[in-house]
Design a protein around this ligand. Structure first.
Ligand code: SME
Length: 165
């Protein structure tokens, strides 16, 4: 069966409300993590066409004392493949175990540019209890593109994604 995403016009909140059960269906319908999360990035990019990049990074142990974020399924231009914990917005989100909204990336110390057109960004950690499994990272070529509505719904999507790990 082909997964189909319905596109709702309306407010950002209406779009997320319509999208949530569709994302759940994409995740429930596929056991393979890369396949399921690949479709989640495609659905988000399809619904929110202003997003320039939507993707996952997975936190992986490199050796006993070192973990790094490694690029997972995404939609957008080719991106940095590895990010150290504490570095950039993604690494900071892992360190703090919190969502970070950056209205203007040029003002975020240590922001890592994968695409010079990026103006604002949101990073949501994938949390299983207190353990970080990775992040969802979304970039926009508009300043101040992300707000508390994005935080609320993307944290729900992150929780759904974690249940597929
Ligand atoms: N800007 C991110 C790096 C990842 S890319 O945006 C895809 C950061 O500062 O962590």
């Amino acid at each position: 069966m082909e997964p189909a995403i319905t596109i709702v016009r309306g407010s950002k909140e209406e779009k997320y409300r319509d999208l949530l059960p569709q994302i759940k269906a994409l995740l429930d319908g596929e056991d393979d993590l890369a396949a399921a999360l690949g479709n989640v990035t495609a659905a988000l990019k399809l619904i929110f066409q202003d997003h320039s990049w939507v993707g996952f990074y997975f936190l992986k142990n490199i050796d006993r004392s070192n973990s790094q974020l490694i690029l997972g399924p995404f939609q957008g231009k080719p991106a940095c493949t590895r990010i150290k914990v504490g570095q950039g917005v993604c690494g900071k989100s892992v360190e703090l175990k919190q969502t970070i909204i950056v209205p203007d990336v040029s003002k975020f110390p240590g922001h890592i540019y994968c695409d010079r057109d990026t103006k604002s960004e949101i990073v949501v950690p994938l949390l299983r209890g207190n353990e970080v499994l990775g992040v969802i990272d979304i970039d926009s070529s508009r300043l101040d593109a992300f707000d508390e509505v994005d935080r609320k719904f993307l944290e729900e999507i992150a929780a759904q994604a974690v249940s597929s790990f």
